[in-house]
Design a protein around this ligand. Structure first.
Ligand SMILES: NC(=O)c1ccc[n+]([C@@H]2O[C@H](COP(=O)([O-])OP(=O)(O)OC[C@H]3O[C@@H](n4cnc5c(N)ncnc54)[C@H](OP(=O)(O)O)[C@@H]3O)[C@@H](O)[C@H]2O)c1
Length: 233
């Protein structure tokens, strides 16, 4: 499968690229093609060293738009502050067949704690009123696509990057598209000891995204809780 990781030069993109390149063609996207190629070469060296002959896929670099065009699955691994402008620039390249994965978590921190800060937009049903929506819902509204799968919010990038680490956690999923959930669940299952767990429609993404600041607050309160993740038992 061809998977584009846009903003794949960040730590979260690195983790996914290292994990999925064992089986898939991963395209690292960046605003700067040369930077994407440099990061892809670096990730590729790490992955080949770890997987050896078991590595069936590869990692290459491209600008974000070419990476999107070339892929079946597109991961939006970019900061929440840039999300709306970014997806608007992407829209002409998102055909209806592409699956979009959103790990995006809109959050903020004040002097006391981390907070979930959903997007504030005018209500598409009633433009004179303002509503709050998750990152995944913003993506869906902007792109007009049903194939949005919201997941990975509680998966710390550093754990994904550590190929020798046994993850033993869950990736909760929110989406309105049954077929896309099936495909993304298979991709998640290919990451050893990471279990996909469907949590409901895209609206549920608000709850999933808000788990990340909760986990970050746990780390703030407890020195011995580092890079916490979620497992449903
Ligand atoms: N880090 C984690 O542990 C973690 C865990 C779960 C979910 N997430 C989510 O995953 C996403 C990526 O996280 P990250 O920590 O990897 O983020 P990051 O390092 O802050 O950013 C990722 C990449 O986004 C690109 N970028 C930055 N500003 C941009 C802009 N204005 N327009 C377009 N691209 C821009 C950059 O790539 P170029 O400069 O190469 O274009 C950057 O390398 C976030 O939405 C985060 O909420 C992160």
């Amino acid at each position: 499968m061809k998977i584009a990781i846009l903003g794949g030069t960040g730590v979260f993109g690195r983790g996914l690229a290292l994990r999925w390149s064992k089986f898939h063609e991963v395209i690292i996207g960046s605003r700067d093609k040369k930077r994407a190629e440099e990061f892809a070469n670096n990730y590729s060296r790490v992955a080949k060293k770890y997987y050896g002959n078991e590595m069936k896929g590869e990692i290459i670099g491209h600008d974000n738009l070419s990476a999107t065009e070339a892929s079946e699955v597109v991961v939006l691994s970019i900061p929440h502050e840039r999300l709306i402008g970014f997806i608007r620039s992407l829209k002409p390249f998102i055909t209806i067949d592409k699956i979009i994965i959103s790990p995006v978590v809109p959050f903020d921190k004040d002097e006391k704690c981390y907070k979930y800060v959903p997007f504030t937009i005018s209500d598409p049903q009633n433009p004179s009123s303002i509503i709050q929506v998750s990152a995944a819902e913003v993506i869906s509204l902007e792109l007009g696509s049903r194939r949005i799968v919201s997941t990975f919010h509680t998966m710390p990038a550093r754990k994904l990057c550590n190929l020798g680490l046994k993850l033993d956690c869950d990736a909760l999923i929110a989406s309105n598209d049954v077929e896309a959930v099936k495909i993304v669940s298979e991709l998640i299952s290919q990451i050893p000891n990471l279990r996909p767990v469907y949590a409901g429609s895209l609206e549920v993404s608000r709850l999933l995204e808000s788990l990340t600041p909760l986990l970050m607050n746990l780390s703030l309160c407890h020195k011995n809780i580092k890079e916490p993740s979620i497992k449903i038992v």
